[in-house]
Design a binder for this molecule. Structure first.
Ligand SMILES: O=C(O)[C@H](O)CO
Length: 327
């Protein structure tokens, strides 16, 4: 009997900084026929009819109208990670194509990173490292002090999967937790982490020692934190961003950090990424920046790839698609 061909899936590239990992591809190939963008462009006339899924690994390939028009049998676009601000969902849905992401894979590591950034900023770990490894040992015995997070107030803006995991972790530090979200969580969730809901974001900003941003980037959240919001924060407060750079008005942030409107910032995300090397944020002592590594763990990337595979197979077989997104 002739063997059934595996489903054809388009990916951008294998290996390299932007590519799907080779060992992941080996795993995926047990179930799928992987077609790279290069192969697709070389043999478009044949492959365009066969491809049923696009595997978007760290924003690539770009799923635009031209690509959608060229894939008449496309069933699903699966996205690594939770944020889908780089995908035009309405456009994709208008082609009758489903979209799925991987929220479960990223929530714990991203929450871990948020807590790591908060602690690193509060305890001045980056500066401490620089002093400890400096050839000049005169600053070794710290004559500068950090802050404790124990007992401090953490304001979480965005209480979805990641925000809630941040709260669970912060509870272990005996932090007072405030949160602001479009929708209030249920009382059981709130009580489990001791989180108090702030209907107005302004109230959270005024009271928090640490403000952590964990929202999706949408037209409503772009530049959510600007000059006015920074002005409401305590001069002793730290702003932590683990979602998307565009959620902050960066020019306003630079001014606030330079003028002591807030104390510090710890950012896993900026706009653009990477920042130009002469950008003020890279040269302020009260700023820590990491290169968008919220989900950069071996475990998360593996789970992402597995979840993406599950969504592809479900969509192709007409089954309910895990982590399917809707309008
Ligand atoms: O959205 C996410 O899951 C991460 O930021 C990776 O893009």
């Amino acid at each position: 009997m002739e063997e059934k061909e595996p489903p054809y899936v388009l990916i951008n590239v294998i290996g390299g900084p932007d590519g799907v990992y080779e060992d992941h591809v080996a795993y995926l190939e047990k179930h799928l026929k992987i077609i790279t963008m290069k192969e697709f462009l070389k043999n478009k006339q044949v492959l365009r009819h066969k491809i049923q899924a696009v595997f978007v690994w760290y924003y690539k390939p770009v799923v635009d109208k031209e690509l959608l028009q060229s894939l008449p049998n496309l069933k699903v676009v699966v996205n690594s990670g939770v944020g889908v601000d780089h995908l035009d969902l309405k456009l994709i849905f208008s082609f009758g194509v489903k979209v799925a992401n991987t929220p479960l894979a990223v929530s714990s590591p991203t929450a871990d990173l948020g807590i790591a950034l908060m602690l690193a900023s509060a305890r001045r770990i980056v500066e401490g490292h620089q002093i400890a490894v400096s050839p000049d040992t005169k600053h070794f015995n710290a004559d500068w002090l950090g802050e404790e997070v124990t007992g401090a107030t953490l304001g979480i803006i965005g209480m979805g999967g990641i925000g809630y995991k941040v709260a669970q972790r912060a509870k272990a530090f005996d932090m007072k937790i405030l949160y602001h979200n479009r929708n209030r969580r249920n009382v059981v969730d709130e009580e489990a982490v001791g989180a108090l809901y702030c209907h107005k974001m302004e109230d959270l900003l005024r009271q928090s020692d640490f403000v952590m941003l964990v929202v999706n980037l949408t037209p409503q959240t772009a530049r959510l934190i600007g000059e006015k919001e920074l002005g409401l924060m305590k001069p002793t407060a730290t702003l932590i961003n683990i979602c998307r750079g565009q959620v902050i008005d960066q020019d306003a942030l630079v001014k606030a950090l330079q003028n002591g409107i807030i104390k510090a910032a710890a950012l896993d995300v900026t706009y653009p990424e990477p920042l130009p090397r002469d950008h003020a944020l890279l040269h302020l002592k009260n700023v820590i920046i990491t290169p968008h590594i919220g989900s950069a763990t071996a475990q998360a990337r593996h789970l992402m790839m597995k979840n993406m595979l599950e969504s592809i197979l479900a969509a192709i077989n007409g089954l309910p698609v895990p982590n399917e997104l809707h309008v």
